[in-house]
Design a protein around this ligand. Structure first.
Ligand code: GLU
Length: 281
């Protein structure tokens, strides 16, 4: 081999090895990335502190209606339980988490709204809830406007806080915390007079062992909250696939079972399963 041939061969080897490196580095985005074992992985945004909806338990496992919805949907998309990573997505962080690609989808008591639809897309709805109030057991509140002048807690970035400011009680002293469990502490300690968010969430808190007999729901229906699964804007294929999974979950009885398992203990009377695309305004 003369010198020119030898360097041509060396160059060919170099090109081949560079190509191999580029292929191996994996340039896919976060959706469906391959883990070390080669199995596809998925990251799902949920709540970590809402009993009955999305809760991280002391042993590190996850429980709640949204967790069951997310697990069923992920399975339909081709991911086994072990391939799912749950990530906490507090109310105010949900749109950003999807925009940044931190999570592949979100099932976190996430109401479908026109404002949010400017930033993210939604599959569903998969549950219809209503905004209500949680008050101390010996208090009484007959209607939303009774809250004017009272100290009310809700969460930043939630429809619940927005609805108080816009409609329910614009003159309430609204304290916006980062999570609903901080509001519960405020209600127990007397820092606030009521906590407002979806009845589905409030029922879970009221039925927790440490809260039994302390709080009650006022029983007001202050809004319609159509829970959707949030995905990155423009991912219509994922929306379609999730909608197909949700339809299957309702038709094969798994949706009913998830309702029984998660809302049964709290005595929460849920609305029937919504039809895909049917938003109650
Ligand atoms: N469903 C309402 C919302 O999406 C309130 C519950 C929550 O903050 O997660 O804002």
């Amino acid at each position: 081999m003369n010198l020119r041939k030898a360097s041509a061969a060396a160059a060919a080897v170099l090109v081949l090895s560079l190509t191999a490196t580029a292929c191996g580095s994996g340039d896919s985005d976060s959706a469906g990335e391959e883990g070390d074992s080669g199995a596809k992985k998925i990251t799902v945004g949920i709540k970590f502190d809402q009993p009955g909806i999305g809760l991280k338990t002391p042993d590190g496992s996850f429980a709640g209606f949204d967790v069951d919805i997310a697990t069923y949907v992920a399975k339909e998309l081709g991911y086994a339980d072990k391939d799912i990573t749950f990530k906490e997505t507090p109310s105010a962080d949900r749109e950003t988490a999807l925009e940044r690609g931190d999570v592949d989808f979100i099932a976190a008591s996430y109401s479908i709204t026109d404002e949010r639809k400017e930033k993210v897309d939604f599959a569903g709805p998969y549950l219809l809830a209503h905004q209500d109030l949680l008050i101390r057991a010996d208090d009484n509140i007959a209607e939303g406007s009774d809250l004017n002048g009272k100290k009310l807690c809700s969460v930043t970035g939630s429809t619940s806080a927005q609805n108080v400011k816009d409609k329910v009680a614009p003159k309430a002293q609204l304290k916006e915390y980062g999570t609903y469990s901080e509001c519960i502490d405020g209600l127990a300690g007397g820092a606030v007079d009521a906590l407002t968010t979806d009845d589905s969430i409030l029922a879970g808190y009221a039925s927790q062992e440490q809260n039994k007999g302390k709080f009650k729901l006022a029983g007001l229906s202050l809004s319609n909250e159509n829970y959707g699964i949030g995905v990155k804007k423009g991912d219509t294929k994922l929306v379609d696939d999730i909608n197909a999974a949700l339809e299957k979950m309702v038709s094969d009885g798994a949706w009913d079972k998830a309702v029984q398992d998660n809302f049964g203990p709290a005595g929460y009377k849920n609305e029937p399963a919504p039809k895909i695309g049917a938003i109650v305004s």
